[in-house]
Design a binder for this molecule. Structure first.
Ligand code: BGC
Ligand code: ZN
Length: 354
């Protein structure tokens, strides 16, 4: 069968290769991949900066944002049957004495020895057929099938937003205004979730005001700010909540003075280590004097995928098919290379296997 594979740590190794079709064990399901979304993590893996092959393999099948159909189920699998439309979650437990993994909170794994499909020590879903443990599948209602490939990035936004609200129970907190830095899929989906929670949302990105990104933000009732015209530091309002989804250290640090008293900033990017802020003492004093809080969030659990399904229905009810507009490019598998080219105006590129 055809699979998109890379050799981790060797730059630009991605290729379409013929690999053996996998066979499910008793607790696994065989998935027929319909399509996979490509994101920054996939590009970083192909750049050789991230990712590990499964033990005993010298390649890694990519793909962690997938929409699939069940093709066969192992003998011990309950609750799923052939033909079901499902999205698999990404991370699998570390199987050590890990409090979080053992209770299904795998995104909070304590040991760091977790597995991630298509990223870290487990093959992904960018192949005609793939395997998953049946405990990590989320059924997709037919009405959502055209946008369900975005459920994985949406689940990452769901986790971040739910963490924010849990953490802020440290006080009486009624947030009014949120700032989302970056308008890629993650930023746009986070902006939509915050709109559902009734916040006044500002989305910042570099695209012009007549771009698709700007249009999507305005369409869901947010305010789009083009930072080329209006630099971050010139904004005169303060925010109760900031979601950093650009992965750019400069942008992240420049946004700190915009965090209001009792505010919270959630980092979702992977940042270049060497860039530091000269005024870090000032940043820390600001954190203290305003009870401000910064935290990071990675990955997502099955509950966040389920919350995502609920919110996809809610977004559809309020704003129609706006989520589908994030899918700006659908490629056939033979054209996969285009998904790895830098594209400023694209939002989400999807590679289709069916
Ligand atoms: C995925 C997460 C994953 C993270 C780090 C992201 O692209 O969406 O599920 O945990 O990369 O590997
Ligand atoms: Zn663990």
């Amino acid at each position: 069968m055809k699979a998109l594979v890379v050799k981790p740590h060797s730059p630009n190794s991605i290729e379409l290769r013929d690999v053996t079709k996998p066979v499910p064990s008793e607790r696994q399901v065989l998935l027929e991949t319909l399509c996979v979304g490509i994101d920054g993590t996939d590009r970083e893996i192909n750049e050789g900066k991230y990712g590990e092959s499964p033990e005993g393999s010298d390649f890694l099948v990519l793909g962690h944002e997938a929409l699939t159909r069940i093709s066969a189920v192992g003998d011990d699998v309950k609750g799923f049957s052939s033909g079901d439309l499902v999205v698999p979650t990404v991370r699998r437990p570390c199987w050590e004495n890990c409090l979080n993994c053992r209770r299904g909170e795998v995104s909070m794994c304590l040991t760091g020895n977790y597995y991630e499909h298509g990223i870290y020590k487990l093959h992904g879903f960018a192949s005609e057929y793939a395997l998953s443990d049946s405990n990590f599948l989320v059924k997709i209602p037919d009405e959502l099938k055209d946008m369900a490939v975005l459920l994985e990035p949406l689940s990452v936004a769901e986790k971040a937003v739910s963490q924010v609200f849990k953490i802020q129970q440290r006080m009486i907190w009624e947030p009014k205004r949120a700032l989302v830095l970056g308008a890629g899929p993650l930023g746009l989906l986070a902006a939509m979730l915050l709109r559902l929670r009734g916040l006044d949302v500002y989305s910042l990105a570099t695209q012009p005001k007549d771009s698709l990104k700007a249009d999507i933000v305005n369409y869901v009732g947010g305010t789009y700010v083009n930072t080329t015209e209006t630099p971050l530091r010139t904004l005169s309002v303060k925010f109760d909540l900031i979601v950093e989804a650009t992965g750019n250290v400069g942008v992240a640090i420049e946004s700190l003075p915009l965090l209001g008293v009792n505010g919270v900033l959630c980092f979702l990017g992977v940042y270049r280590e060497k860039e530091a802020c000269q005024d870090f003492g000032k940043v820390l004093t600001g954190m203290v004097l305003g009870n401000r809080l910064m935290f990071g969030s990675v990955n997502s659990d099955k509950v966040h995928f389920e919350a995502g399904i609920h919110d996809l229905f809610e977004i559809q009810r309020r704003y129609g098919n706006v989520v589908e507009r994030l899918i700006t490019e659908k490629l056939t598998v033979n054209d996969f290379r285009r998904a790895f080219l830098p594209g400023e105006t694209t939002i989400k590129t999807v590679v289709c296997f069916k």
